[in-house]
Design a protein around this ligand. Structure first.
Ligand SMILES: [Zn+2]
Ligand SMILES: [Zn+2]
Length: 355
């Protein structure tokens, strides 16, 4: 049996939509019929061939796509508690479920983990079906009545923003959060931080994205092209600087704008990965960060074991990832949408919904 999938055949060239074999489940795996899969800037980085500086380059021949939600179509013989027909979301950071990081609740940094859609052992979800290894650990059951389109960002961007703010920075009600870069993950952070009772200053050079951030609850917006310096503008909006900052883009400029917008003892979360200009390294004013006791947290996805903190909030309408979805596209359109990301022309979260 074959299926259609979008394959990375050359960096920066259109993905090839081809017919490939439908996977069989490993004994501990499941196969999911994909209903929706978000298109993420990490797909764009993979498509550009970025990441070799962090031993993280997607190889040619890779099926991309790492934000799937769908219906279980086949179940491995050892898997318990998951049935055909169940609806699931799949985190891109797949854990083996057995190492000490996984058993201690940090499967997103599993020592033997796989990155769905970025390595040959884990073909991605820009295809009709996707295989999920160690499914009891990795697959996340979706509440009844929650739409797959709404859930398509839960494999990566939305949960990464949640993990960054909740578990890494420990955002509290009443705090100020500066979000620099209002693409999909930045806008997710705006919505989530606002739901936590924090106030957000959203920073972006695109007025449309700032309007979107304001719609999602941002208390203040800053356009770097209109101000003398972003940290100064954030300080003016927050009184004394932000308690928490996020670089949601991964450029030297945005990282420094974010960290320099913090008040003393502020916490920074680094969510964006760098591109070919920075190649994995950004210089920071570490002496000043020491003087002010600034925390710097790296962030990678979210542990699969902590989705039970987010799904009830989605079910009760306190969080609404579906509000970030601006466009549903077909598999053939992925390349065009990746090209649009090169010039930052996409808004919010775009989702493949037609395979
Ligand atoms: Zn592990
Ligand atoms: Zn992603």
């Amino acid at each position: 049996m074959s299926m259609r999938a979008a394959i990375l055949e050359a960096y920066g060239k259109p993905l090839a939509v081809e017919s490939i074999e439908i996977p069989d489940p490993d004994p501990d795996g499941i196969v999911v019929e994909v209903e929706a899969c978000g298109i993420c800037r990490s797909d764009w980085h993979a498509w550009q061939g970025h990441g070799e500086w962090a031993d993280d380059q997607a190889p040619l021949g890779q099926v991309l796509g790492h934000e799937p939600a769908g219906v279980v179509s086949a179940v491995g013989e050892q898997v318990e508690g998951i049935e055909e027909g169940d609806r699931v979301a799949v985190p891109f950071n797949l854990g083996d479920g057995t190492c000490r990081h996984c058993v201690n609740g940090h499967g997103n940094v599993c020592a033997d983990g796989l990155a769905l859609g970025f390595e040959p052992e884990a073909p991605g979800a820009f295809g009709e079906f996707v295989h999920v290894p160690a499914a009891e650990y990795n697959a996340v059951s979706l509440p009844a009545g929650v739409d797959s389109i709404d859930m398509a960002a839960l494999g990566c961007r939305y949960v990464t923003a949640f993990h960054a703010l909740r578990h890494r920075a420990g955002v509290e009600a009443g705090e100020w959060v500066a979000v620099v870069g209002c693409g999909g993950v930045g806008l997710s952070a705006v919505q989530i931080a606002t739901a936590f009772g924090a106030s957000v200053v959203a920073v972006d050079i695109d007025e449309g994205k700032l309007d979107h951030a304001a719609d999602l609850g941002a208390a203040a917006t800053v356009n770097p092209t209109d101000v003398e310096a972003v940290p100064k503008a954030v300080r003016a909006a927050t009184g004394d600087g932000a308690h928490v900052s996020m670089d949601a883009l991964g450029r030297a400029e945005t990282c420094r704008q974010a960290t320099e917008s913090l008040r003393r003892r502020g916490r920074h979360v680094q969510v964006g990965l760098t591109g070919s200009a920075e190649r994995g390294s950004i210089p920071l004013p570490t002496d000043t960060m020491c003087q002010r006791e600034i925390d710097f947290h790296g962030v990678r996805g979210m542990p699969p074991t902590r989705y039970d903190e987010i799904l009830p909030l989605v079910e009760r309408g306190r969080l609404d990832p579906g509000r970030l979805v601006t466009r549903e596209v077909a598999l053939e359109e992925v390349s065009e949408r990746l090209t649009a990301m090169t010039d930052y022309e996409t808004d919010g979260i775009e989702v493949v919904a037609d395979f």
